[in-house]
Design a protein around this ligand. Structure first.
Ligand SMILES: Cc1cc2nc3c(=O)[nH]c(=O)nc-3n(C[C@H](O)[C@H](O)[C@H](O)COP(=O)(O)O)c2cc1C
Length: 194
């Protein structure tokens, strides 16, 4: 494998390959968080931005993941692109994105998704689908034809990696595996047993 000095270069290359071949949502990624006692939970989200600062996703701030991140601001991500036989693992601290970045992303969403964000009490118990539909109708009426602002309980998080690990399938289980660990001066690349 050609290993550039900067892991984001390799991530961008692999992500571009995945966008060419994955039949659905190549930007889907598992995000693991843990509560204050270290008990983990994991779910899929959509990667909405990646740059040299890290990996960004958006969610409801009352959700389990957001509650856990408030208690324990570390997370791990795992991309598995089956059509590429590749996996990328990311580990590090998490920070909230700026209000400006969250506003800009929220503004880009479809109107129905914006209304859905207002209507969903994500991760809370719900008394049947009807309750959700009534809430959607309520917010649809409330905003009418005007702009739908970002709810203050909905925003994004950036996972700032200390480690990004790349795995690629090879015959006879001789898989390739490279870890990039962040140092004071750059990234240290280590090849690992697969
Ligand atoms: C492919 C896929 C993408 C998803 N993307 C998001 C997302 O970007 N943000 C989000 O809050 N939930 C997303 N979900 C729903 C989450 O997996 C999860 O059900 C929800 O966020 C509540 O998780 P929590 O209770 O662990 O916080 C997605 C689910 C799937 C299957």
């Amino acid at each position: 494998m050609n290993t550039p000095e900067n892991p984001y270069e390799l991530f961008d290359r692999w992500f571009a390959d995945a966008k060419e071949t994955e039949p659905r949502v190549p930007e889907a990624v598992a995000v693991a968080t843990a509560d204050a006692n270290g008990r983990p939970s994991v779910r899929q989200v959509l990667l909405k931005a990646v740059d040299h600062r890290g990996f960004v996703f958006y969610t409801n701030l009352g959700s389990r993941k957001a509650t856990e991140l408030a208690e324990n601001p570390f997370a791990a991500m795992n991309f598995h692109w089956k059509t590429q036989s590749r996996q990328v693992q990311v580990r590090g601290a998490v920070e909230p994105v700026s209000d400006e970045q969250a506003d800009a992303y929220f503004a880009s969403r479809a109107r129905s998704s914006k209304i859905g964000a207002w209507a969903s009490k994500q991760s809370q118990p719900m008394e049947g689908r009807g309750e959700f539909e009534r809430r959607i109708a309520k917010y649809t009426a409330k905003f009418g034809v005007g702009a739908v602002p970002r709810p203050d309980f909905w925003s994004g998080f950036r996972l700032k990696p200390d480690v990004i690990e790349f795995w690629e399938d090879r015959s006879f289980r001789l898989h390739l595996r490279f870890s990039y660990e962040k140092t004071a001066t750059g990234w240290q690349i280590t090849e690992l047993y697969p």
